[in-house]
Design a protein around this ligand. Structure first.
Ligand code: PEP
Ligand code: MG
Length: 592
């Protein structure tokens, strides 16, 4: 939706996903395949573009050789043939000649020429029934992604050219793409697609970067270099605003910043009106958020998502030493408080190396989380080694993502013990056993909760995924966003069951999905019996306030009544009436 005024300024409406107001300069980013297919080069650019292609081929070859050496050393020589297959594609003269011909004769950009030359192969392999050849199609696609990503890096658009007040405008942004831009320069994201619980939006929220999604007409309306005003609450984007418009938004932005800063100082405990202590932790995605969380009153880090660390290296798993530095900083910043580090859980984040080894298909239901860790123990053990080596104070804990049963917990713990032994022998670890928990985010884990509880020190409810998998409604799929709703009776019953089983099993259960940072759901979670909530740091002051006004016993009655309702319409209507009218809680934006 958009409306024009005489000054050529356009106001567009979408959905605000991360609050905040900012003014900045638009930088359009297209999904590579889409933009690159439109680009043609000028005849006088042929020779420089051929050099760029050759450099990118060389760089890709160097990267693959390095990956191969690492694979041989850490995973075993027998697996290195996968990399050989990629090297062979990269050295195929027929393939390279076809690309060069497209550049020289058809004046295609190297990126486009690579893709078009490869498409023929991919199509051919994919048309064969044999799964072996189907896989070769994926190999070609992976080599193309590597080559294109190196070509793009050799492009003149280096981060130095980016505006200081960068607002990325893109149909969709993966975590990998986000990691290619300097977060400290990023003032906002304007997207066509993006769910409230997508990892990109979660990272943006924790860095207080406003996000507006659902801006369909971006291609026609926003150009790179346009000034934009972004309002992440109302979901408004003003393109090419007038000076007076900018000034009024700057005033609003200052008022909002002041409001957040004023709440920062509150470090008093969080207790319900009837005396029940609720511990609030912060979630963190990048190391620099940890001190922010502590400043805002967090009693520890309830979920440190380690995925962003893996974006530091684009072509292989990030090294143990780089991880070690980050975990050491986290351990130091939390001091005596706990920090729960989640082992790697890359799903559809677009990281070329991990997409490759995970097989690329159905990333949300594929080889991710603990499954990937157990399939590639060397990657997992390197992360565990880094966590243990950083754990001098004994305040770090580990949580496994995507656990579907007890077997994974036993195997994951066994490998931790092996790492511990190896480190002890080398004199690099003298601590006790590290506490281990699991993310409860698959219905399987809810069914097996009692059995799983016997093998862990704590449970962490990942409501984002629990909702997605309980209802089979993708967390970023707007077609089924109406279903992705914490008030769905099946979700409420699952959450309640977790709280009950954890109590019976005497295991601590914390909730670290996005629902913990919403006042209505935080109130309900307290009523269910949860006493540990972990959330985006900036939500802590507001949630603390809500809990201080909550009566645990009343919230429990609300939950009892909710659990007796059988349709989503009924639960929503009840919450809207009951919590808004009686408690004045914000019931708008109850879902994505
Ligand atoms: C969750 O699933 O709720 C969760 C906390 O993990 P993530 O959002 O990283 O999947
Ligand atoms: Mg999850």
């Amino acid at each position: 939706m958009s409306d024009f005024d005489r000054s050529n300024s356009v106001t567009m409406s979408g959905t605000g996903l991360c609050p905040g107001i900012s003014v900045g300069t638009a930088y359009r980013v297209e999904p590579r395949s889409a933009v690159l297919c439109q680009i043609r080069i000028a005849r006088q650019e042929v020779s420089s573009e051929l050099s760029r292609l050759r450099e990118a081929v060389e760089e890709s070859r160097r990267e693959l050789q390095q990956v191969k050496l690492k694979f041989e050393a850490e995973v075993g020589k027998e697996h290195a043939y996968i990399i050989d297959a990629h090297l062979l594609i990269l050295e195929d003269q027929q393939f390279l000649q076809e690309i060069e011909k497209r550049i020289c004769e058809e004046l295609q950009s190297p990126e486009r020429a690579v893709r078009e030359a490869a498409d023929k192969w991919v199509y051919f392999y994919r048309s064969l029934e044999d799964p072996f050849f189907q896989e070769r199609g994926s190999d070609v696609e992976e080599v193309v992604e590597r080559l294109v990503s190196n070509l793009v890096q050799l492009n003149p658009h280096s981060p130095h050219d980016l505006p200081e007040d960068l607002i990325l405008v893109a149909p969709e942004v993966s975590l990998f793409l986000l990691s290619e831009y300097p977060l400290d320069q990023l003032k906002g994201l304007v997207l066509k697609k993006g769910g409230e619980t997508s990892h990109v939006v979660i990272v943006a929220r924790s860095c207080q970067i406003p996000v507006v999604s659902g801006i369909e007409a971006m291609e026609e309306t926003i150009r790179t270099g346009d000034t934009l005003i972004l309002d992440g609450v109302s979901g408004t984007v003003v393109v090419r605003p007038s000076e007076s418009h900018i000034r009024s938004f700057q005033v609003q932005a200052r008022t909002e910043r002041k409001r957040v800063q004023e709440r920062v100082q509150d470090s008093s405990p969080c207790v319900t009106v009837d005396g029940r202590k609720i511990t609030l932790y912060a979630n963190a995605e990048i190391g620099s958020e940890v001190p922010e969380g502590m400043k805002l009153g967090a009693e520890g880090i309830g979920l440190f998502r380690s995925e962003y660390i893996y974006m530091l290296d684009k072509s292989q798993p990030v090294s143990e030493e780089r991880q070690l530095e980050i975990y050491k900083t986290v351990a130091r910043e939390v001091g005596d408080r706990p920090a729960i580090i989640r082992t790697l859980d890359l799903g559809d984040e677009g990281h070329p190396y991990f997409s490759r080894i995970a097989g690329g298909r159905e990333p949300s239901m594929g080889l991710r989380g603990i499954r990937l860790s157990l399939r590639y123990p060397e990657i997992y053990k390197s992360q565990v080694r880094a966590i243990l080596r950083a754990n001098h104070r004994g305040n770090l804990k580990i949580v496994f993502p995507m656990v579907s049963g007890v077997d994974e917990v036993i195997q994951g713990r066994q490998l931790i013990r092996e790492v511990q032994e190896e480190l002890k022998q080398k004199g690099l670890y003298d601590g006790d056993d590290i506490e281990v928990g699991v993310m409860v985010e698959l219905p399987a884990a809810v069914f097996l909760l009692k059995e799983i509880s016997a093998h862990v020190n704590f449970l962490a409810v990942g409501s984002n995924d629990l909702i997605q998998y309980t209802l089979a409604a993708g967390r970023n799929n707007e077609q089924v966003a109406y279903l992705f709703n914490p008030l769905h009776p099946a979700v409420l019953k699952s959450l309640f069951r977790v709280a009950e089983v954890a109590k019976e099993s005497q295991v601590i259960a914390l909730v670290c999905g996005e629902i913990a940072s919403h006042p209505v759901y935080a109130h309900l979670l307290v009523g269910m019996g949860f006493q540990y909530l972990s959330m985006n740091s900036f939500a802590i002051p507001d949630i603390k306030q809500v809990i201080r006004e909550t009566s645990y016993l009343e919230a429990r009655d609300t939950v009892d009544h909710l659990l007796s309702l059988v349709t989503l319409d009924e639960t929503e209507a009840y919450i809207k009436h009951h919590l808004k009218d009686r408690l004045g809680l914000p019931v708008d934006q109850l879902t994505n």
